[in-house]
Write a protein that binds this ligand. Structure first.
Ligand code: ITT
Length: 199
C-alpha cells in the first residue's frame, strides 16, 4: 500500500500538477479532508522559508506527512521581482490575471525579457524536513498566449520552446517545468532513503 502524503497547498492547480507526478509513489491527498478553515501563513522573505513554513504548519497542526510548494517568477529586468511575492504582485486579494497584467505593464518596451520560474518543495515527515529546488529559464512574451495551466503560464515561454506554458498540456508542462524538476529531486531522495532502509 502506498503511504499517504498531504499536499500543503491551497492552490488547486498545484494539486493537479503534483498529483500527476506523485501518483506512483504516494496516496496523494489535498487539504479538503482536513479541518482547515484559515489560509496557511506565508510570512517568509524567501521561497525556502515560505515552503518550510507551509509544510511545518500542516504537518504539526494535523500530525501528517506533507509536501509544500512555494514558487515564484523572477524577471531579470525587474531585479528578480515579483519573486517570492509572485502571488500578490498586484496586491490583495491574490489575482492571477491582475498579476500578469501588471507584469506586462512593468515590462512594456523593455527588450530584456529574461525570466526564470523557481519552485521549492518541502517534505515534512516525522518531525524532519527536506527541501528541493527546481527552476526553468525562459522569457516573458509581449502578449498572453494559451488557456491551459494557471498563474503566469500565458506569459512565460520556456527556453528552447516556441509555446508558452499555457499553450502546453499538463503532461507537456510536467516534462520540463520548475515544479517537476524539484519533484524529480524529491523522488531521487525517496529512492536513496529507501535504498538505505533496505541495506
Ligand atoms: P499556496 O501558497 O497555497 O501553495 P499560492 O498560489 O499562494 O498557493 P505561491 O505562494 O507559491 O502559491 O505563489 C506563487 C505564485 O506564482 C502564484 O501567483 C501562482 O499563480 C504563480 N505560479 C506558481 N507556480 C506557477 C506555475 O507553474 N505557472 C504559472 N504560475 C505559477
Amino acid at each position: 500500500m502506498l503511504p499517504i502524503l498531504y499536499l500543503a497547498t491551497q492552490n488547486k492547480h498545484k494539486v493537479e500538477e503534483l498529483s500527476a507526478l506523485l501518483q506512483n509513489h504516494f496516496n496523494v491527498r489535498d487539504l479538503s479532508t482536513l479541518a482547515l478553515t484559515e489560509e496557511i501563513p506565508e510570512t517568509g522573505t524567501t521561497l525556502t522559508e515560505n515552503s518550510l513554513q507551509k509544510a511545518r504548519y500542516i504537518a504539526e497542526k494535523f500530525q501528517v506527512s506533507c509536501l509544500a510548494d512555494d514558487s515564484g517568477l523572477e524577471v531579470e529586468a525587474l531585479g528578480g521581482a515579483p519573486g517570492v511575492y509572485s502571488a500578490r504582485y498586484a496586491g490583495e486579494p491574490k489575482n492571477d490575471q491582475a498579476n500578469l497584467q501588471l507584469l506586462l505593464q512593468n515590462l512594456q518596451g523593455n527588450p530584456n525579457r529574461s525570466a526564470r520560474f523557481v519552485t521549492v518543495l518541502t517534505y515534512f515527515s516525522g518531525g524532519a524536513y527536506h527541501s528541493f529546488e527546481g527552476e526553468i529559464q525562459g522569457s516573458i512574451v509581449d502578449n498572453p498566449r494559451g488557456t491551459q495551466g494557471f498563474g503566469y503560464d500565458p506569459v512565460f515561454q520556456p527556453e528552447m520552446e516556441t509555446r508558452t506554458f499555457a499553450e502546453m498540456t499538463l503532461a507537456e508542462k510536467n516534462l520540463i517545468a520548475h515544479r517537476a524538476r524539484a519533484l524529480e529531486k524529491f523522488k531521487n531522495f525517496l529512492d536513496e532513503t529507501q535504498k538505505c532502509a533496505d541495506e
